[in-house]
Ligand binder design. Structure first.
Ligand SMILES: NC(=O)c1ccc[n+]([C@@H]2O[C@H](COP(=O)([O-])OP(=O)(O)OC[C@H]3O[C@@H](n4cnc5c(N)ncnc54)[C@H](O)[C@@H]3O)[C@@H](O)[C@H]2O)c1
Length: 460
């Protein structure tokens, strides 16, 4: 067996691992089921904004290659599984992609290989779901013939301070030898390894981190709704509270939560608890509060227009900032999507401005235009302003899966119903022009209860 490493699933997480492993001289191969993504990577075009084209070029120079052919796994001594873990149409954890990946790895598994799961899964899933698939498909025994470990990814896209190298890495193994082998692998390119006694504890660690964020964001989000009605500037209160040097961590309200983790991972945790026959009430409530925020923003827009004797029917609304948090191009689970649905349903014409997003569409429903991004006369004098063509109201919200497929946010969504983009002059906080502005989820200027504008917030 050659001394090479395979990353299965070349998205935000997989490419971060692949880049870091490759940078220290690892012979890294990436496996993905999307031929387009594989071709793009091999041609030097990164599909995600966590990996710059320049860094991809260096990886390719060092021998990295991407493939759809899982047979390469047979020549690898380390396999890292980084495939998506979405929710299904009924908002239950969907491990089907992890299962498929495990079956694929099992077919090519050789004695002595280390298999690490990085995907976020419920506590117990590595040993209850992945392990049996690996053993059954390979005829080998975990802990005896091959090593099995779990190590949650902590990628925080857009974070200028922390990346995979300087973020402590939690590692747990099926046996102590499995844990040691995984720690040795990650120790080559990550500064601090945090051994955890058991795989379940490591799996729960990831869910605890993200559920902690979900609950605290829900706390300030619900406060924001009350403060709006009470005429209190919550942002000022948070600024004051954050001066306490202990016992308080600052979370900021926003139009909802987005991305691959915060809206999803708490439901992996509640799923595990519901197996006991009880709900995890606090966590479920937090999810509910966060999911209601786009509707709160919608009603604020409606109220502000009403205050000026206007209505949403026929109004031109500019959504400023549509990705789920500042400085990333990731549109997954962005609360801008349900906000746009509500605005359109009320008859508004919606455009958006986001320096990181070229094209974006929300629900191509019956009656929506089939000419995405069709240029129309400008609405204002913003440089490059290209407002949307008039959009008829949308049909009722579809009940499909909450998360889109694994398409990269760098790949434009080309489908009927695409929104026109308003190019801002100076980045995401550029003035919205004369159209009523619906606060975007990421980096959009927040309007407080008293109507003054404050700094953009982190939504998690
Ligand atoms: N994005 C983040 O910031 C982040 C942070 C921490 C943890 N995670 C977790 O990491 C996991 C991966 O997330 P991501 O954001 O990288 O997802 P992603 O959607 O960006 O990428 C996943 C990739 O896996 C590929 N894939 C799917 N099934 C496959 C299979 N059977 N074989 C090979 N490739 C397959 C997809 O085509 C896609 O390219 C998820 O469990 C997520 O919850 C994500």
């Amino acid at each position: 067996m050659e001394n090479s490493q395979a990353v299965v699933g070349l998205g935000y997480v997989g490419l971060s691992v692949a880049e870091a492993a490759s940078a220290v001289g690892g012979d890294v191969v990436g496996i993905d089921v999307e031929p387009g993504k594989v071709a793009s990577l091999n041609e030097g075009r990164s599909p995600v904004d966590v990996l710059a084209d320049d860094d991809l070029a260096l990886m390719l120079d060092r021998g990295f290659r991407a493939t759809t052919d899982a047979a390469v796994l047979a020549s690898c001594d380390t396999v890292v599984i980084c495939v998506p873990t979405p929710l299904d149409a009924d908002r239950r954890p969907d491990l089907s992609l992890v299962r498929t990946a495990a079956e694929t790895v099992a077919r090519h598994l050789r004695p002595g290989t280390l298999v690490v799961v990085e995907s976020t899964i419920w506590p117990g899933a590595t040993e209850d779901v992945v392990l049996p698939l690996l053993e059954h498909g390979s005829g080998l025994t975990a802990g005896a013939d091959f090593h099995l470990a779990y190590s949650p990814e902590r990628v925080d896209c857009g974070n200028p301070e922390f990346d995979i190298r300087n973020t402590p890495k939690v590692v747990a193994g099926h046996t102590q030898a499995c844990a040691d082998r995984a720690a040795a692998f990650y120790g080559k390119f990550i500064g601090e390894i945090v051994p955890v006694a058991g795989i379940r504890e490591a799996e729960l660690c990831k869910l605890l981190e993200n559920t902690y964020r979900s609950v605290n964001i829900a706390l300030v989000n619900e406060m924001a709704v009350f403060c709006d009605e009470l005429g209190i500037d919550l942002w000022e209160s948070i600024r004051a509270a954050a001066t306490k040097p202990f016992g308080f961590e600052r979370f900021l309200p926003g139009p909802g939560v987005g991305g691959h983790c915060i809206p999803v991972d708490p439901l992996y945790l509640t799923h595990a608890v519901r197996a006991l026959g009880r709900p995890f009430r606090l966590v479920e409530l937090a999810v509910e509060v966060n999911e209601a925020m786009p509707e709160h923003v919608f009603s604020r827009v409606q109220r502000q227009l009403n205050g000026e004797g206007k209505c949403l029917q026929g109004a031109d609304v500019l959504v400023v900032g549509v990705t789920y948090k500042p400085d990333v191009a990731d549109l997954r689970e962005s609360p801008a999507t349900p906000l746009v649905r509500s605005l359109r349903r009320a008859g508004a014409r919606v455009t958006f401005a986001d320096p990181l997003v070229e094209e974006w569409s929300v629900d191509a429903g019956p009656g929506t235009p089939t000419e995405p991004g069709r240029p129309t006369p400008p609405l204002d004098n913003t440089p490059g302003h290209t407002p949307a063509a008039a959009q008829p109201p949308l049909p009722p919200k579809p009940g499909g899966p909450r998360r889109p497929g694994p398409a990269s946010s760098k790949q434009p969504l080309r489908e009927p119903g695409a929104l026109a983009r308003t190019t801002t002059a100076g980045g995401r906080r550029s003035g919205p022009g004369p159209t009523p502005a619906a606060p975007g989820p990421a980096g959009a200027a927040k309007t407080t209860a008293r109507g003054h504008r404050t700094a953009p917030g982190t939504l998690g």
